[in-house]
Design a protein around this ligand. Sequence first.
Ligand SMILES: *Cc1c(COP(=O)(O)O)cnc(C)c1O
Length: 479
Amino acid sequence: MQFISTRGGMEPVGFADVLLTGLAPDGGLAVPDTVPALSSVDLEALRPLPYADLAARVIGLWATDIPEADLLSLTRAAYGQDRFPRTVVPVTGLDQVADGLILVGLSEGPTMAFKDLAMQFLGQAIPYVLRRQGRVLNILGATSGDTGSAAEHAFKGQNGVSVFMLSPAGRMSEVQRAQMYSLADANIHNIAVEGVFDDCQNLVKAVNADQDFKRRYAIGAVNSINFGRIAAQIVYYVWSWLRVTDELPVAERATYRVDVTVPSGNFGNIYAGHLAREMGLPLRRLILATNENNVLDEFFRTGVYAPRPSSATLATSSPSMDISKASNLERFLWALLGPGAFAQAWQRLEEDGRTDLSEHVSTMRERYGFISASSSHADRLTAIRLVHAMTGRLIDPHTADGVTVALQLMQPGFPTLVMETAKAAKFGETVAEALGSAPAPDAELRALLEAEQHVETIANDLAALRALIEKDAVLPAES
Ligand SMILES: *Cc1c(COP(=O)(O)O)cnc(C)c1O
């Protein structure tokens, strides 16, 4: 399995190398040159496996340059009981809310959001590859909240790795801030930028654009453009389909197609769903849910992709989806259009700030299964109240975006999974607004909120960021 750049300017590399690179040298994203197949025979062989073992098998289809036994010890460490004390990914029917509605619990890890599932894998796999190659790495990332804390919790205390995590000052929830800024490990650097998420992401791109600086300081990424994360996210699509079909007669399983609804921002989670579907997992429709920042919804409905500037990005009550330029969409556009037409569309996008792919809308729908809708603050409050009233269960506002859109678009006879992307406790303010009272924080959460915080605030300024990296980067041992 080899990976190439969407922009066509990178020599093919293997999975281990892709783990250590952020953007490709030509500014594009790494994409697989082929998609491995999962036949119904494979799926039945995977059915009895525990989560960590399933992860090794699914990721192994992409990571053909990592020995199977090594991969298995990495995934067993990543998804062990110390990080996931309960079921790694519980799958729960919500028939009381709507017939066939199913919640896929992706938030059982240390930072209470789905990003732990990908990041804990990278937290094992990246140090493994670095050791193998005798290298160090300075991870530079931008987060609107959940990526940053997941990365820091996955890499804290690791030798040969430092984390520089940019976050938009004042735009994260209290719990998100506490999860990141309470870490005191010497290799973790929290940097609050005066701006929004897209400003943070542009700073990261600017640092990466300087090849010399990037090489000197061994800069890499773990934000959602890292293909290692995408590969780890494919696993829970396979897992949840297996769990939904466990009780069916064997003959009916292979043709049992389900819909999946994914609260989306940077298009990383649902892109993993797209690859799972391309691998042959029986997913019928990929239902993309956005909040009021609905650039992706507009794209899948009309074919017009018009990313908005950060100044036009709204601060909503599902802040991890407050994104108006979805990095991973580039990967899907490349697959949809093919390399040549992609290059033209991308050039139009860079020149005009928008690209009109309306002639491809039916292909996106029929061939790839994509449909979409968006939800508002009021919709989220309603969904939180509804799920709580019908089931006694608390959902967070991002999951509520998913539930809202699933209830709008689901069709009788087709089970509809909703990806639970965070725990309600992480976004207690909005849950309290919906229910009239805040869920009582448990002792663990109270201790977290009271812990001392460590963060440096900088202006939206490349020079300031570079100075911080120069001061604190981990460097290879002098020989
Ligand atoms: C990151 C995140 C999302 C968006 O996921 P993408 O992969 O960026 O589309 C949705 N909900 C929560 C809670 C998140 O942390």
